[in-house]
Design a protein around this ligand. Sequence first.
Ligand code: PGA
Length: 254
Amino acid sequence: MEIKIFKDYQALSEQAASEIEEVIKLKPDAVICLATGESPKLTYQLLVKKLIDGKIDLSDCTLIGLDEWVGVPPTTEGSCHHFLYKEIFSPLGISENQIHLFDALSGNLFLECQNMDKLILEKGDIDLMVVGIGMNGHIGFNEPGIPVDNYSHVINLDSTTQTVGQKYFAHPTELKKGITLGLKHLLQAEKVVLLANGDKKASIIKETLEGPISIDVPATVLRMHLNAMVIIDEEAAGLLSEKTLLDSQTASNV
Ligand code: PGA
């Protein structure tokens, strides 16, 4: 696993956007899984700029949403669906047949999971997953304790996720369950880029990079991935040991 530390959110987002650009250049029909949240937001805005500047073309890509809050309508600001359309799909003019998101209002969520797994299998795996990390170490809605061999599934959200998740919504919203790609997808993806910024993430980043590899902190499984990159800012790296800092490929501006 590679660790890259940047001065601030702007710099880490530029790096993340370049990583996405590189994957698309190498494989124009790449399958890309996108997280939502504050961490990747600027990355997506920079990606939109690259498209407008003619630096990338996503018209042959398949874009998959990492997760969704069960029971939250796609039109609600705060849903992953709404975020992805607002930040990336609509500005990039992505056509509907390229987009694959969980329908979290479906009466058959099990089928939703099956359909997502089938699609990924048919595409022959995910080329790039862009993910954030929760305050409890979750990736997507892979909450602490989740088995590593899970593909898509529905899960009861842990109390941290239910509380922290309120930040995305204009009004208090019931967030009891999530539907998500699994850790197995993460481990099988060709490449994973994890983004984290701000001192609020410093403690969980330290646990992720220096603590024992354990499903109690799901993000630690990324250390078993041969092509995972953790892109963080100085604040998120604030509690890392000297050794980790030395091991990391420190960006030139740090
Ligand atoms: P954030 O969310 O990017 O809004 O911090 C990360 C997550 O919970 O996965």
